[in-house]
Design a protein around this ligand. Sequence first.
Ligand code: PLP
Length: 370
Amino acid sequence: MGRGKIFVTRSSMPPIEEYIEEIRPLWESRYLTNMGSKHEELKEKLKGYLGVPLMELFTNGHMALELTLQAMDLAGEVITTPFTFASTTHAIVRAGMTPVFCDIRESDYTMDPERIESLITDKTSAILPVHVYGNVCDTEKIEGVAKKHGLKVIYDAAHAFGETLDGRGVGSFGDASMFSFHATKVFHTIEGGAVCFPDSELEAKLQELRDFGIVDEERIAAVGANAKMHEFSASMGLCNLRHVDEEIEKRKKVYERYLERLRGIEGLRLNIYNENIKPNYSYFPIYIDEKVFGVGRDEVFEELKSKDIYARKYFYPLTNTFEAFHGKFDASETPIALRVSKRVLTLPMYADLDLATVDDICNIVISCRK
Ligand SMILES: *Cc1c(COP(=O)(O)O)cnc(C)c1O
């Protein structure tokens, strides 16, 4: 087809001149990291854009999440989902706690709130759900259970940048929400991340923990890490933020084309956003029911690959089946997540994906059907 390799995602880039202008003052100031003016400017602009009261920036989303768990002084067990990226589960384990896996909902792949209560023990300290593919969790039910049992709720909102639920920024729910600004995400700072939270006491703790626990020159009050966002990343963020609405508009066109072409194909289930969500079109997952479609996910994946289209088995494998946790968890306790992880395929989705390529991808997928 002569279009080269198509990957599942492709980073958005601002015009190069715009980035150069953004970083030019750094040659003068020589202030390259440690919460410089670009960092502060980005933080303020993002708070406004995301509609959140408080926020701290980090070197990546993972450290934002891990240090939030540490800052909240949590211990024991955290109820979470295995249908996520390694980071979510790793953050819990690396913060010294035990993940307890809750199954997901068939409808939108987010944590099933009806199953949370049966997993609560006297060791449970928090719930860590994920807004999978930009589908927003049932925040009302989850937070209802949390309130009843005195648990914290920390959302992994890595997929949900800029989304709103009933007009309210997704980052404003629960006790904290983590966003990832990794190069592959809807909005990026090359590497980067943030955590949003309503409690002002968390602010100072997070600031300390991301800078070795340093309070001032002579006081180191906690065993922190180094997780500061530097000025070149913040500058990339300032540029990308100016274009992000446009980027989301372009993603929407790709999403609509996929829907138009794949809707109604028997054996395929598409990701339809709930009406009360303003989506960011971060991913385009399809669920392939082999019994109806005639072939399974892995065959469609291979067929696309043979035509230089690199879709992703995302999320697969489930985090509770990782070799790193060998013998610790039993994925049969999350049967829906296990089934979905074996059948889901995320198709290429990014702002600059041209619609003719989307048509090619759809034609290949449809041609696999038996
Ligand atoms: C990207 C991602 C993360 C980690 O973010 P980084 O910025 O890459 O550290 C965590 N959770 C989910 C669901 C993600 O997609």
